[in-house]
Design a protein around this ligand. Sequence first.
Ligand code: GBH
Length: 513
Amino acid sequence: MKPFSIGLQIFLLLPCLIFGRTTVNLPNPSDDDELLKFPDDLMIGVASSAFQTEGAWDVDGKSPSNWDEYTHVNNFGANADIACDSYHKYKEDIKLAANGNFKFFRMSLSWSRILPTGSIGNINYNAINHYKNVLNEVKKQGMIPFVTLYHWDHPAIFDKFGGWNSEKMIIAFNDYAQVVFKHFANIVKFWTTINEPMVYCYYGHGKGFFPPGDTFEGRGPYICGQNMLIAHAQVYHLFKNKYNNSDSQIGIVNACWNFYPENPSEPESADIAFEYNCGWLSNPIFSKEGDYPVIMKQRIKENSYLEGLSTSRLPELTEPMINLIKGTSDYFGLNYYSSRMSDKVEKTQSGKWFDDSGVNMTINNEWPMDVATWIPIVPEGLGDILRIIKNKYNNPPVYILENGIASNGSSYDLVRTKYFYSHMKEMLAAKNRDGCNVKAYVVWSLLDSFEWVAGYRQYFGIVYVDHNSPQRTRTPKTSYYWLKDMIHQRALPSTFITPLKPLKTIDSTGTES
Ligand code: GBH
């Protein structure tokens, strides 16, 4: 593991030791039987991404992606050269998803497979044929393919000119989207342009944890975010103008935490935190007025002036840009994992003025957690964020496109199973009781995959993958069978019933017991 991760964990945990815990009032979803049913308009699916699962990093004409390059240098310690070998084993994966009763198969495409040189004049037809086979297989197995164009991997060559900090990336993304739509728009009805732009920009162009490893804090993430917003909007319009079918949907996915104010007398800290985390790249698309959240524009400008700059570090969205971006999503794509406490901090020289927001985000030490210290288990945060999205953005259709937790790798994964239960319960209460327009709930993730900077030490799969075997043998976990059952029944029980221990379990070393 890279050293920053320990630092980050301490950084996240320290403030909650200092501030202690605060009581929050969490709504209780009703146990009423009707509320626990899956309505007909709710699709349950399962997700994965190309770089995390495919492997075959240099096969059939693929060029290295930014992540291939990043993991091959600096003694990174892990790579996705083989990953789950899903490039070769896709039929098995799709069959597993279909047998788990999932109706929705979320996946992403590898840009560097399809356009190895980045240039539109050099289409790799091996990749086109491969994805045609994959998508047709998904349909053959009775599932709906849901395709993400960009889940953080692009041809490595683009990072030579700055990656998403360069406006050239907007053009490159348009070219790529055009090729993808041309070949697959007749097969695929559900599209996402970009997965979690905020996360990629923050880590890749601010903190430097993701490729290209830029540490241009205070500027890089904002520039990257703006380029992604424009790239997304152009691709949305391209799709609508040239490739739309009456039943097609295209949108974007944002990762949002829910925030609870540390100090109940200052609830605005949670609103501010929401705007910096979720609102930054949602407000321009989903709000009536468009543009970045007012609070962000004000504060970043104020901070910039205090630093002696003559313009804001947050780039301006001009009127034509605002209009280009506004409304460019047919649904609100939401990835929810966890929540944070929020607390206002005074502006000091010590760097505490957290990322321009004036809010510190911490973890409540009463929240339980498993192996990933960034995922304290806060199911009510999902219900709360759904209600915020409903109220803020005029109740858009919401596709929850990721929800899940990492565990230590036993196939008897009770914490994960219970995590799904409690989050699905909150989601159903938000939909059935509170009228949130949730249309899909998608589990992250099908397989134990390459987990970005955490390598192979955090597994999110409902299917165990033996990363020591050349075959990358797959074994469904307890959570897989539990979900299969729930989807079949289309309802949750009013209390969680602990699944029995199966006769055989597998631990993270692949040992059976
Ligand atoms: C999602 O991002 C991604 O879309 C998905 O690909 C990924 O597998 C999934 O989450 C699980 O992580 O290790 O302490 O440095 C969620 C945002 C970004 C949160 C990276 C965790 C690293 C924290 N994630 N971050 S740490």
